[in-house]
Design a binder for this molecule. Structure first.
Ligand SMILES: [Zn+2]
Ligand SMILES: [Zn+2]
Length: 344
């Protein structure tokens, strides 16, 4: 079967590799039909993260079930499913407490399509093995396309957790999204769209780039163009940092703009030390969350919003044919979705 590989020089290449097969009774085999490109994939291909050896590409996807192991209940051949990007058993103590991103049964940070996090394969392929299938997969609701749901297994659920808890606590709360220089464009824009869908009265969106700001405005956010991080921008019960800027200036702006005992969630990828305004956080009692999203429990809620046509994801993503992945990734839009079939 064909697999899109990321080579050691960060170039992409389709390659023929052996097809996977079921290894455990709790496994499923699925055929990806829509694959979205994660913000972290684009950052890696552009050289923002340390070099890795070659790996199988792709970890946000919707797929059709091809085969299930004897112990996989609730799924049948032909079901169309979202698959979580991170691998988790669903049964260990951490998984049961709601932290599958720290599952103790698989090696730490096990995920599809990263290479450094274990050899789980990549979803830009014809067939992929899903371990712990009952935990890892959620069926698509009627009326939700594979293209629209392609990012539910990662970035879209990541964006959801940034705004949902705060809005549940304070319905209608205004929200500040600090996208900075756009290291995580799709999470930023999804967070804006989800915040509006979940009832935020005002979503202020800070970004340095007019292209992304125009998309933010189209999904109901208030665009604010800034080339440099402000020290602070108002006071919001819920703030979101997606900047991933190692200087910490944009992250600091989000933290300093968080209202007393408000929530700030960061979806940026940070390697190594990044300064934090701890004094300002202490004064305001900021509740700060960072790290991989525990997507498994979030996916059904996000799919429900998509089924109710609450989130205009089509204004955020750009669709390209599956076979044109390499060309499309040369100059990726805010969010790229690769679709295997026109009807996806
Ligand atoms: Zn990702
Ligand atoms: Zn587990």
């Amino acid at each position: 079967m064909r697999q899109l590989m990321v080579l050691a020089n960060r170039r992409l290449e389709w390659r023929e590799i052996a097809a996977p097969r079921l290894l455990q009774a709790t496994d499923a085999l699925v055929r990806p039909v829509a694959l979205s490109v994660c913000d972290a994939d684009v950052a890696y291909l552009r050289g923002a993260f340390p070099l890795r050896s070659e790996f199988c590409f792709g970890h946000e996807f919707v797929a059709d079930v091809i085969e299930t192991g004897d112990q996989v209940g609730g799924f049948a051949v032909g079901d169309r499913v979202v698959v979580a990007f991170l691998i988790a058993c669903g049964a260990c103590d951490r998984c049961r407490r709601g932290f599958p991103a720290a599952c103790t049964v698989v090696p730490q940070k096990s995920a599809y399509g990263f290479g450094v996090f274990g050899d789980w394969g990549g979803a830009a392929c014809d067939l992929i093995r899903v371990p712990y299938a009952e935990t890892m997969m959620v069926k698509l609701p009627p009326g939700v396309s594979a293209v629209d749901a392609a990012s539910v297994g990662d970035n879209l659920s990541d964006a959801f957790r940034c705004v949902e808890e705060g809005l549940r606590e304070e319905p209608g709360a205004p929200i500040l999204i600090v996208a900075g220089n756009g290291a995580a464009p799709s999470i930023s824009l999804y967070a804006a769209a989800l915040a509006r869908a979940l009832g935020s009265e005002q979503v202020d969106f800070i970004d340095s780039d007019p292209y992304r700001l125009a998309i933010a405005e189209s999904v109901g956010a208030n665009p604010i163009e800034m080339a440099e991080a402000p020290s602070r921008h108002g006071s919001y019960p819920v703030t979101v940092d997606t900047s991933g800027d190692p200087s910490g200036r944009w992250l600091s702006a989000a933290l300093r703009s968080t209202a007393p005992y408000g929530r700030c969630t960061s979806c940026g990828v940070y390697h190594g030390a990044t300064p934090l305004p701890v004094g300002a956080m202490y004064e305001r009692g900021v509740r700060f969350t960072i790290g991989w999203a525990n997507v498994h429990a979030l996916m059904p809620s996000v799919l429900d919003l998509l089924a109710r046509k609450k989130v205009p994801v089509e204004r955020i993503h750009t669709v390209a044919p599956w076979d044109e992945a390499i060309d499309a990734l040369e100059n990726p839009p805010a969010k790229l979705v690769l679709a295997r079939e026109a009807s996806s």
